[in-house]
Design a protein around this ligand. Sequence first.
Ligand SMILES: O=C(CO)COP(=O)(O)O
Length: 258
Amino acid sequence: MSDRKPLMAGNWKMNLNHLEAIAHVQKLAFGLADKDYEAVEVAVLPPFVDLRSVQTLVDGDKLKIKYGAQDISAHDSGAYTGEISGPMLAKLKCTYAVVGHSERRQYHDETDELCNAKVKAAFRNDLTPILCVGEGLDVRKAGNQVAHTLAQVDGGLKDVPAEQAETVVIAYEPVWAIGTGEVATPEDAQEVCGAIRGRLAELYGQEVADKVRIQYGGSVKSGNVAAIMAQPDVDGALIGGASLDADEFVKIVRFRDQ
Ligand SMILES: O=C(CO)COP(=O)(O)O
């Protein structure tokens, strides 16, 4: 058995302004306060413009909730209009930076090569990358989900040394299950998450592979999270839509109570 701490992370995507963010995090803090939830790590991934507000609240009230950004520039500074750098996120005491979310791969043409540069930018700035991988519907229909996803893992982690790789979070998010209500079965999730761990073992050895947290993402809700979390290689969830409802997100975090 592993001692990997489950990570439940809410990806707000392009929702909630900085005032709404404060109210939302306060609700989460209230919902998680009466019990010791140290056994589960909770994180929120708000839009960039909310991060300062979230930081102030988390710092001021000493909340155990962690936070991070939904993207990170591959560069640390310079003439890159509209980009947000690793040093800026580190200064805001972010823990995480999402890299290669399927929406960025799809709408912003992010390649594995760029994701690899972003993973390295995160590590360079003491941030933990949450590297998102996963296949689209065509690939799934052709039965190539494992090969496709492992190629993204290889590309995203190219030349990343073992001492960094063991701290990465990998989020397996089948694109056909994102925001569609279509959930991968627990067995579908385990098939690919298990294969990801197997590839990490090939690349870095079993000891490193056993430390890496692998999340599932795609239409996770309080009603399906427990079955997904029961899979041996699923160590958490990356939650989109359901993370915008504070009560629902709290229920997801408390999946062990169900
Ligand atoms: O993309 C996701 C999280 O990053 C999943 O989104 P949904 O939970 O809305 O399907």
